[in-house]
Design a binder for this molecule. Structure first.
Ligand SMILES: NC(=O)c1ccc[n+]([C@@H]2O[C@H](COP(=O)([O-])OP(=O)(O)OC[C@H]3O[C@@H](n4cnc5c(N)ncnc54)[C@H](O)[C@@H]3O)[C@@H](O)[C@H]2O)c1
Ligand SMILES: N[C@@H](CCO)C(=O)O
Ligand code: NA
Length: 436
C-alpha cells in the first residue's frame, strides 16, 4: 500500500522534530501502523529554512493553504500555533475531509467545541496528544487506559517553562529573567512567553484534561488562572522549611455539583513524587475511584519529545482512518451526545488549604488577633511559623498553614486581617494541596 500522505503546517521546533523522527524511525513506524507515513509537503514563511530541513523529500510552501487544499494530502499536521490562522487552516482541512493532528492546546482550549463538532460532521479525526504534556501519553491514558473509572481529580505540572524557572530559582538562586531566557533558548517557551509565566498555557492544557476527565465541553474562559510572576523567593524558602515545594499546578476536580478548574502556584508536600519533578519535566497525577492515584512523568516540551506524541497520533490516524467513525475513540473520551453541562465553579467556591505570610508588628497580642479572625471564619490552623523579617527590626514574618476551607471564606478573613494596623504589608496567599 502507498504511504499515507502528510502535510506539515509549520516546521519549527516541533515540526522539525516530527520530520526527523519520522525519517529516522520510518521502518519501525511502518511496521506498527501497517502502512508507511510520509511527509510530502511542508509550510513555513521562511521557505529556505524549511528547504534546508526537508531537502528534496517534500515540497515547500510559503502558503499553508496550498497544503490544506491539495487533494493528495490525507492528514494535515498543524504546528503553526496561535488561534486565528490555525483555526482557519484546521477547519478548512476538516471541511475538505482531511484528518488533523495538532499540538496546539490554545486552539483546542478556546475553539475545541467548534473544531470537534466540525470533525464529527465530516467523519474525520482530530488528534491532539502533543497538546497536553508533550511526549507523555496523557490523553491516551485519560481517554482509554482509565475508562473504567469515575475520575475524581487531575493535577499536573504541565508547563515545562515555569517548572524549569521554579527549579532553577530554587536550586541555583538564579534570577527570574535569566532563567526565562534560557528556557526560550532551549525551545520550551511559547512564542509569547507570557502565556507560560502567567499560567495561560497550563490553563489551556488543564481545560482539555478537564473535558476528557469529566465529559464536559472545553471551556477555557471558565478557568481560574494565576502564573508565577508574583512568586517571591522568600516564600519558596519558607515553604521548604515547612516541608513543602511550590509548583505551578493545573488542577481540575469534582466538587459537589460542579467542577474546579484552576492554575496557580501550589504548595505540595516535598515527599510526593510530583514535588520532585524538576527542570522542564512534566508530571500529571490522575485519581480515579477504582485505580486510585496514577502518575505520568516525562518531557512535556521540546522538539523530539513533542514529535513523539505527534507521530503516535499519525500512527493512530493511519490505523483508524478507514474504520467506521462510530468505532473510533470519541474526541473528548465520552460519546458526543453524552457530554454534561456540569458548571465550572467560581474560585470563591473552590476548597483548598492555604499558606499565608503576613509581615506584622512585633508586639504582644498580634498573633492572637490574627488567629482570632481565622477562628471567626471557621478556618482551622495546621501550623504557624514565626521568623525575623528581612523587612526590618520590630517586624516579624508570620507564616500560617491552614486546613481546607472555602476560598470565599478565606478572602473575607484576609480582608479583615489586611485592615489591621499591625499588618504592615500585603498578605501573601498561596494555595496548598496534599494530593493524596
Ligand atoms: N515547542 C514545544 O516544546 C511544544 C510542545 C507542545 C506543543 N507545542 C505547540 O506546537 C505548536 C508549534 O510550536 P513550535 O514550538 O514548534 O513553534 P515554532 O515557532 O518553533 O514553529 C512554528 C512554525 O510555524 C511557521 N509559521 C508561522 N506562521 C506561519 C504562516 N503564516 N505560514 C506558514 N508557516 C508559518 C513558522 O515559520 C515556524 O516554522 C504550537 O501550537 C505550540 O504551542 C510546542
Ligand atoms: N511552552 C510549553 C510547551 C509545551 O506545551 C511549555 O513550556 O510547557
Ligand atoms: Na501528551
Amino acid at each position: 500500500m502507498n504511504p499515507i500522505q502528510v502535510g506539515l503546517l509549520g516546521i519549527g521546533t516541533v515540526g522539525s522534530g516530527t520530520f526527523e523522527v519520522l525519517r529516522r524511525n520510518q521502518e519501525e513506524i511502518r511496521r506498527r501502523a501497517g502502512r508507511g507515513i510520509q511527509i510530502v509537503a511542508v509550510s513555513r514563511r521562511d521557505t529556505a529554512a524549511a528547504q534546508r530541513i526537508v531537502g528534496d523529500a517534500a515540497t515547500v510552501h510559503a502558503d499553508p493553504f496550498e497544503i490544506v487544499r491539495n487533494p493528495a494530502i490525507d492528514i494535515v499536521v498543524e504546528l503553526i500555533g496561535g488561534t486565528t490562522l490555525a483555526r482557519e487552516l484546521v477547519l478548512e482541512a476538516i471541511q475538505r475531509g482531511k484528518h488533523v493532528v495538532t499540538a496546539n492546546k490554545a486552539l483546542l482550549a478556546v475553539h475545541g467545541s467548534e473544531i470537534f463538532a466540525a470533525a464529527r460532521a465530516q467523519g474525520v479525526i482530530v488528534a491532539f496528544e502533543a497538546a497536553v504534556a508533550g511526549g507523555i501519553p496523557i490523553i491516551k491514558a485519560l481517554r482509554e487506559g482509565l475508562s473504567a473509572n469515575r475520575i475524581e481529580w487531575v493535577a499536573g505540572i504541565i508547563n515545562g517553562t515555569t517548572n524549569f524557572i521554579l527549579s532553577e530559582m530554587r536550586s541555583k538562586g538564579l534570577d527570574f529573567g535569566v532563567v526565562l531566557q534560557e528556557a526560550q533558548r532551549l525551545g520550551y517557551a511559547e512564542a509569547d512567553p507570557t502565556f507560560d509565566i502567567e499560567g495561560v498555557d497550563a490553563a489551556h492544557k488543564a481545560t482539555i484534561m478537564s473535558a476528557i476527565a469529566f465529559g464536559v465541553p472545553v471551556q477555557f474562559d471558565k478557568a481560574h488562572v494565576e502564573g508565577i510572576t508574583a512568586l517571591q523567593a522568600v516564600d519558596i524558602r519558607y515553604a521548604e522549611q515547612l516541608g513543602y515545594r511550590i509548583k505551578l499546578l493545573g488542577i481540575t476536580k469534582r466538587r459537589g455539583h460542579g467542577i474546579e478548574l484552576r492554575v496557580h502556584p501550589t504548595l505540595i508536600p516535598a515527599t510526593r513524587l510530583i514535588a520532585n519533578v524538576e527542570g522542564a519535566m512534566n508530571a500529571v497525577v490522575v485519581h480515579g475511584d477504582a485505580v486510585g492515584s496514577t502518575l505520568y512523568y516525562g518531557k512535556g516540551a521540546g522538539s523530539e519529545p513533542t514529535a513523539s506524541a505527534v507521530i503516535a497520533d499519525l500512527v493512530d490516524v493511519t490505523r483508524l482512518h478507514t474504520a467506521d467513525p462510530e468505532q473510533r475513540v470519541p474526541h473528548l473520551a465520552f460519546q458526543p451526545g453524552e457530554l454534561h453541562d456540569t458548571p465550572v465553579l467560581p474560585i470563591s467556591e473552590v476548597v483548598t488549604a492555604f499558606y499565608l505570610r503576613l509581615v506584622v508588628a512585633d508586639k504582644a497580642g498580634v498573633l492572637a488577633r490574627i488567629t482570632g479572625i481565622l477562628a471567626e471564619h471557621d478556618i482551622s490552623i495546621d501550623a504557624v511559623l514565626q521568623r525575623e523579617s528581612a523587612e526590618g527590626e520590630k517586624q516579624t514574618d508570620l507564616i500560617i498553614l491552614t486546613h481546607n476551607t472555602v476560598e470565599g471564606r478565606m478572602s473575607a478573613a484576609l480582608a479583615q486581617m489586611q485592615a489591621l494596623p499591625t499588618v504592615l504589608a500585603p498578605i501573601v496567599k498561596i494555595r496548598k494541596e496534599e494530593l493524596n
